[in-house]
Design a protein. Structure first.
Length: 235
């Protein structure tokens, strides 16, 4: 039946098959990427509060950032900025926000393509349906009678195009909704991870500032007590 289709109808069918393959490729790839991001976000958040010196977190981020892990790249940038500018919380927040926006764009890439496929594939299939009906009516005009042998190829062509359009559109639409929902959850978790990183950096900064203040007070106390000791020794 397929070899009896016209060139335009065949092109429509091949286009729908290509869109279906592309949508499944995006769904499988993004599903794996989002699963890795969810696991990495949970693991890095645990490391963030377990290790006060951030050594293990920095080593894990350095190791995983070379792969396809956006959370590792975000933590790597955070550790790097915290090491270079340990007391500049404003710069750390700005760099983390820029890194978060970049990594979320990478993580979200091609998901909108599923929505495009889901919206356009039924209309492409409808176009193939129209071509099949035109073919059927053309055969009726050529043979001068509407018997089943005349209209069957055109009707089959129309039904195949309709089925191909639905076969491409339904998984793409479902995949878009599922992946978009998961991306929203990951985006919220990444934001919480970023805020935790900034809060830990702020606590370290406050601790260092308090320690410096205590050291300066101790030095002042020692300096103020020296003249009294000397005067006491002279008397």
């Amino acid at each position: 039946m397929l070899w009896q289709m016209g060139p335009v109808a065949t092109g429509v069918l091949l286009l729908l098959v290509a869109l279906s393959i592309a949508s499944w490729a995006i769904i499988l790839a993004k599903n794996q990427m989002l699963r890795q991001a969810e696991n990495a976000c949970q693991q890095f958040r645990q490391l963030l509060w377990q290790q006060d010196q951030l050594q293990q977190l920095q080593q894990r981020a350095q190791r995983d950032s070379s792969g396809n892990c956006p959370i590792a790249r975000l933590c790597k940038i955070g550790c790097w900025e915290l090491h270079r500018f340990p007391h500049n919380i404003t710069r750390l927040r700005s760099m983390l926000q820029q890194a978060q926006a970049l990594e979320m764009d990478r993580l979200q890439s091609h998901i909108a393509t599923l929505a495009t496929i889901g919206a356009t594939a039924p209309f492409i299939g409808l176009f193939g349906t129209v071509l099949g009906m035109i073919h059927a009516f053309g055969q009726i005009g050529l043979q001068g009678q509407a018997h089943l042998a005349a209209v069957a190829p055109g009707i089959a062509e129309a039904l195949i195009a309709t089925a191909a359009g639905l076969f491409a559109a339904i998984p793409a639409t479902a995949g878009f909704n599922i992946l978009h929902s998961r991306f929203g959850r990951i985006q919220h978790r990444v934001y919480c991870l970023m805020e935790d990183f900034i809060a830990l950096a702020q606590s370290r900064y406050d601790k260092d500032a308090h320690q410096q203040h205590e050291n300066s007070r101790s030095k002042e106390t020692c300096n103020s007590s020296d003249p009294l000791e000397k005067n006491g020794g002279i008397q």
